[in-house]
Design a protein around this ligand. Structure first.
Ligand SMILES: [Zn+2]
Length: 96
């Protein structure tokens, strides 16, 4: 089960406050956004909607523990072949 309540953890806005972006070097540019994070597993991909910090200047994404755990859980299910618990969103093709 994906646990999305971070009761004993610092909230995402707290983590992002005054943060210096590792990519563009600006300070305090992050805001909380809902993003679709896609992870590749062998030839497949799994997409998880998570709350993440996004730099409003350069678009760098920062995942907190809850988001990382949700993505890890989804990846583990895909690796285990437990696709019944995942929603199919389409097929991937390569040409040629
Ligand atoms: Zn940035």
């Amino acid at each position: 089960m994906a646990d999305t309540n971070g009761v004993n953890r610092r909230s995402l806005p707290e983590l992002l406050k005054g943060l210096q972006c590792p990519r563009c070097g600006r300070v305090d540019t992050y805001e909380v956004r809902e993003i679709d994070f896609t992870e590749r597993v062998a030839g497949d991909t799994v997409t998880v909607r998570v709350l993440a910090g996004v730099c409003t200047n350069c678009g760098e994404e920062l995942l907190d523990d809850a988001a990382t755990e949700a993505i890890t859980a989804a990846v583990n299910r895909l690796k285990a072949g437990d696709v019944a618990s995942l929603a199919r969103t389409g097929s991937a093709y390569r040409f040629p």
